[in-house]
Structures are given as C-alpha cells and as structure tokens.
Design a protein around this ligand. Sequence first.
Ligand SMILES: Cc1cc2nc3c(=O)[nH]c(=O)nc-3n(C[C@H](O)[C@H](O)[C@H](O)COP(=O)(O)OP(=O)(O)OC[C@H]3O[C@@H](n4cnc5c(N)ncnc54)[C@H](O)[C@@H]3O)c2cc1C
Length: 507
Amino acid sequence: MMALGLLPSAPAHAFNLSGDGKGKHVVILGGGLAGMASAYELNKLGYRTTILEARNRSGGRCWSIRKGSTNQEGDGPMLTANFDAGLYYNAGPSRIPHHHQLTMHYCKELGVPLEVYNNVNEGTYYFSEGKGPLSNKKVRAREIHNDMRGYMSELLAKALDQEKLDLALNKEDAAKVIEYLRAEGGLDIDKLYKASARRGYIESPGAGEKSGKIADPHKLADIIQSGLLDPDFYNVAEYTYELQMTMFQAVGGMDNIAKALEKKVISSLKLGTEVKSILNVPDGVKITYKDKQGEHEMKGDICICTLPLPILSNVNHNFASEVSRAIDFVPYIQTGKMGLQFKRRFWEEDEQIYGGITHTNNELTQIFYPSYDYLSKKGILIGYYNFNEKAKTVGDLSMADREKLALEKGSLIHPQYKQEFETSFSVSWHKTKYNMGGWAVYNSEARKTLYPALLKPDQNVYFAGEHTTYLTAWMAGAFESARSAVAAVHSRVAEQRVKYPVTSNNG
Ligand SMILES: Cc1cc2nc3c(=O)[nH]c(=O)nc-3n(C[C@H](O)[C@H](O)[C@H](O)COP(=O)(O)OP(=O)(O)OC[C@H]3O[C@@H](n4cnc5c(N)ncnc54)[C@H](O)[C@@H]3O)c2cc1C
C-alpha cells in the first residue's frame, strides 16, 4: 500500500546525524534487527562496522519458518521444518502496529512490501475447557462480546434510570448516556438486552422468505460460570494500544524485513561467529569469538552489544557490577509457537474464519489463522502461541508430544484437524539457543533498579536490543534502540574529534 502511495510514508522521528565516523571500527554483537540497523546507520555515517552473529542466518527473533528452516533447542538435535514451499509462519514477530513508525519507516526505506494483518476477527472462537454450560463448546467471539456489551449496558442503563448512580449528571445528560448505552449494548426500547444480529445468526438471511434467525443471547450466569470472563478471554485484542487495527505484516513473511536489512549490511556481517568474551581495554574493546576454524580475537574502537541478556549472562566480560547485575537479573518471558500445516484451509472453507485469533484457556492459549493467501489450497495455522507456565509445560514436552497436544486440543475446536493435518514445527523461545527467552519483561522495580545500567555505555561498550527500550517485545524496540546507540556513539566520536582534531594529510 505504501508502494502504491495509498499510505503516507512513515515519518520516523528526527535522526539527522551529520559528520562522519572516519577510521572508527565499531564491532556489533548480534545480527538481529538491532545489530543490523545499528550497522546500517553507522555505515551511512562512514564508520567501519563488523557484525558478529552466532547463527548461520541473520535476523535473530525476526524469523519465519519455511521449508528447510532449522532450529536447535538446548543441546537437542538440529530440527528441520518440512512445510511445503511457499507456506510459512512467523515464529517471532507476526504483526506491526500502525503507530510503530520506525518499523514502518525501515520497511519503506528498505522496500519491504506490507499487507494488512487481520488481528481482530469477531468470527473466531472462545473455547473454555471446564464444567460450565458453555464450556467445551466453541463460541464465536462476537456472541460473547455482544452479549457482554448488552448485559453491561442494560445494568448501567437501569441504574442510571433509577438515579442509583451517584454521578454528576443532570436529567438531560443522563438520558443521553442512556441513549448511548442503548446503542452500545444493542438494547431494545425498554432498555433490555435481547440480542441482535450483531451476535450472529442461527439461520442466515437470504433470498425470498429467508429473513434470517437471530440467535438468543447466552445467559450471563452461563458466560460467567463457563469461565468466559476469566482473564484468558478478556484480554480483548482490539483494546490494547499495540493490537489496535490497522496492523501490518511483511508480504511473504516477516523475515523479509531482516533479509532486506541484511542486503544493506552484508559486507559487515560475519555469520557463524559466536561471541565468547567482551572486554573493555584502554584503547577500545577486545572481543573473542568462535567460528568453525576456532577462537579468534577482534579489536574495535567501540562495541554495540545487542545480545539478549540470558545469552550475555553466560558471556565473559569485565563490565561494572551494576551492568552485570542487570544482565543477570532482568527476567525474560517463556513463550512458544507451533505451526501446523493442513491440506485444506477448513477454517476458511467450513467456518468462514479469515485471519484473527481463537482464544482458549488450555495449553494452546491462542490459535492464529493466517492473514495471507486467503482461499488458497493449503495453509499453516499457528496451533498454539502461549506464555509463561503454559509455554513452559508445552516447551518441556518432546517435539512429538507437543504436536500430539496441539492436535488433540486443537481438534476439540476444529475436528477437521485429524483429517487434514500434514506436518508441524515448533519453537520454544526460552529453550532456543542464542535467545533463551521471548523478550525482556520488566516490572516497575526492575525498571528502577536494573534497567538504567543498560542505558549508559560501559566504557567502550554500548547496549542495544529490544531489552533497552520501553518497546520490549516489539521490532520497534530493536530499531529504536539501534538509533539510540548509534546517536550516542556518534556524539562521542564527534566530541572526540573536536577535542583531538584529526590532522588532514595535506596539513
Ligand atoms: C514469539 C515472539 C513474538 C513476537 N511478536 C512480535 C510482533 O508481533 N511484532 C513485533 O514488532 N515484534 C514482535 N516480537 C519482538 C521482536 O521479534 C523483537 O523485539 C526483535 O526482533 C528483537 O531484535 P533484537 O535485535 O533486539 O534481538 P534478536 O533478534 O534476538 O538479535 C540478537 C542476535 O544476537 C545473536 N546472538 C546471540 N548470542 C550470540 C553470541 N554469543 N554471539 C553472536 N551472536 C549472538 C542472535 O543469534 C540474534 O541474531 C516478537 C518476539 C517473539 C519472540
């Protein structure tokens, strides 16, 4: 859409650095988005950069699983995905909020086409395992959303009508609020909630006499007793700032962002180089890394370290104690996803679900439906996307048992699974080598006591990565952090030049 001029370009906030970094060698640790964006911006300013990336691919968490993708969890075997060519799922980032200007900016600058990602779909399900009257049934999200809107509006309208609420409203204003509540909740003239077409039909309207039949609302007590008001379900997707539509994804897989960035920094990128030690030395930094040939040392003037903290915690360094403490104690989320390839897009053909998320209270937590290639033949669902304890439980299973669980639990919602399933591939980020966590999770105490140490350089080492921002868990965090680090490095280098002006060759 941006390419067609249908969307305005994303104005990234000011980043107009001038001058150049002539002669300065910046060693960047980690070739994820933060590392590559740092190199990209530094190269533009004339620095010499080297990116040391442990994996044999760049992108880090910005990764889409396709045919031939490999992953290693812990010291387990290297596993290879066996999806059909052309199919993929995003193991890491899958959606871009419209207000993440820097992510949008880089997509535009790097020529990565975007398409709308459908994050909100009233046609998906709530599925609550349990003992309530609506448990173990798939209930369309639109039914619960509209029933709850209706019941809550009815309660409030009644209370307002009887002047039972101690609100600073005169009679006229109260009447207006009641009108609003009638519209909001779909209440009838008597301010009662009796359901409307908003919550769907049990018989669809059609030609001739077919006027359609509206389903009765679920009883409020049934909704409550079935656990459908529990937090598992009431994280209403579209309410969260980051999840409000419009959302985007990179056409063909989110890793196309990383691939486009890689092209720009290819000459700086050293894949298959695992950093073992980071030492501040009087005239810069000394990095030890290991590749197929063995251990090597690299000297640099300055270092930008983007290694995720659970990894950095096991790397030898001589940082100050408060930096070391932050590295060791900032917690990371446990999270996992599994892609399931099916022969047929039954969720579209049989159930009219095009994108969006089904929510469950079991180990699956969420099922994501693909927002690409609608109505094509095959497709990959994200069979679970879970967090914390549920992610740990599932991540502790063998790959075969993860698949079994995803299929068993998923079949409760989509019985078509059994007939249509072909192959799966899962990623537990907290067990995945070179990440060992989904993203940094700061509580307010950690923001106060640990976070500040990562915002300053430790002598010649600057820190970047999503964990050095308030945009943790987002690509925008990686990009923002890269710009912050580059700006800080450049201001230091520029300052040094003023203090110790470089003498030019021609005197
Ligand atoms: C499950 C999941 C869902 C997400 N969903 C979204 C989303 O929908 N939208 C969104 O915008 N963001 C999302 N994110 C967040 C986004 O992926 C990250 O914030 C971003 O990619 C982090 O980039 P980074 O460069 O900071 O870290 P990384 O991508 O982790 O880069 C660090 C790099 O360091 C390398 N490395 C590690 N150890 C060493 C070593 N010893 N030596 C050398 N190199 C090493 C790693 O291989 C990696 O390439 C999601 C993340 C996850 C995990």
